[in-house]
Ligand binder design. Structure first.
Ligand code: G3P
Ligand code: CA
Length: 350
């Protein structure tokens, strides 16, 4: 059989062969493209502009990381310290809010979303996190507000209607144990908000993800929405399991399959390992993160030149990952991801 057909067949078979672990409906047509923090390679992350562009680029899902404001409104930021991705430092009225906190064992100094009401957050504007790598994004600094989960849900629904495609959302609960410890629990709030949007079952165009374990187990008891256990180096902040390495063993994956639909590993964990096959054997889907075009983030074989900001062969990296049988992937460049997926499916028979 031709290599292109083999690749396409491998992609489809990998998706079809992976039985749902806990009776949840499966998306089996092709791997999904998840716009990581929106089209964050092209616009400042976690802004409506980044999510809008991701949808324009063809993403299946848009990914908000979620943190709560002082008045318990879920908003999209990658971390609760907002000095790195907003212009809060330029607001003298908030200078006294600068403080130091310990988040999941790490001491961090800055401004924290849980110390700001939504009305105050809405006076801030997003700024690019890595302007040295993404100077084009930095030209949008100061233009976009921090979006709420409600606004992101509304965007996904509106654009689904307008495009005729189903645009899903893929929210991540950030630091759930920490937020519960300071009086801002987020799990039930997220589930209630999704339920109010009509999303409460495995067929909803939603995945809920977390690096922690116990909050996913709690959420599993609250909703039928598909859950994704994120994995990285080290161990979950809630201490629920000894390490992510243990979680990635066949026994660990079998335990995850009791509450989650899939795993979201660091992309380095699927390259040259049996993790994808092992997860599939446990009935779990695999959505690795994060595929980015800049040389800084690419494996050397896909890099181009030595400038860390220059773009290498992201499509090549994604194509190689698809050949491993992954079921979806997080990318800062959903347009490149969609093109790579289409190209893999279009390869002609020789
Ligand atoms: O949620 C998948 C991926 O986004 C995890 O990494 O740090 O970008 O949230 P992070
Ligand atoms: Ca995330």
């Amino acid at each position: 059989m031709h290599g292109g057909v083999l690749l396409r067949t491998a992609i489809i078979l990998a998706a079809l062969a992976c039985a749902p672990a806990i009776g949840q409906e499966a998306r089996v047509d092709r791997p999904i493209v998840i716009a990581h923090r929106g089209a964050s390679g092209e616009r400042p992350e976690h802004t409506l502009a980044a999510y809008e562009l991701a949808i324009e680029r063809g993403a299946d899902f848009i990914e908000p990381d979620l943190v709560p404001t002082k008045d318990d409104v879920l908003v999209a930021r990658h971390e609760n310290e907002i000095g790195g991705t907003t212009d809060v430092a330029k607001h003298p009225e908030f200078a006294a809010r600068r403080t130091t906190k310990t988040i999941d064992g790490t001491s961090i100094t800055g401004w924290f979303v849980e110390d700001f009401t939504l009305a105050e957050m809405k006076t801030l504007r997003a700024q690019e996190r890595i302007p040295e790598l993404r100077p084009g994004n930095a030209t949008y600094d100061g233009r976009f507000a921090v979006p709420t989960l409600a606004e992101i849900i509304a965007l996904a629904k509106r654009r689904s209607k307008e495009t005729g495609r189903t645009i899903g959302i893929y929210p991540e609960t950030k630091h759930p144990t920490y937020f519960a410890s300071v009086g801002h629990p987020t799990d039930a709030r997220l589930v209630a908000q999704l339920k109010a949007a009509g999303w409460d079952s495995p067929s909803a165009p939603v995945f809920i993800q977390s690096f922690e374990v116990d909050n996913l187990k709690r959420i599993h008891a609250m909703t039928g929405i598909r859950l994704i256990q994120l994995m990285d180096d080290g161990a979950p902040a809630d201490g629920a399991v000894p390490s992510y390495a243990a979680m990635g063993t066949p026994a660990g994956l079998a335990a995850v399959a009791r509450y989650a639909w899939g795993i979201g590993p660091n992309k380095a964990a699927v390259d040259g390992t049996t993790l994808v096959a092992d997860a599939h054997a446990a009935g779990l889907r695999v959505h690795p993160w994060t595929y980015r075009a800049e040389n800084r983030f690419l494996p050397p074989r896909f890099a181009s030149g030595t400038d860390p900001a220059a773009h290498g062969d992201l499509a090549g990296e994604i194509t190689a990952a698809l050949a491993l049988g992954i079921d979806g992937f997080f990318t800062d460049y959903p347009g490149i991801g969609v093109a790579a997926l289409d190209a893999a499916a279009r390869k002609p028979v020789k």
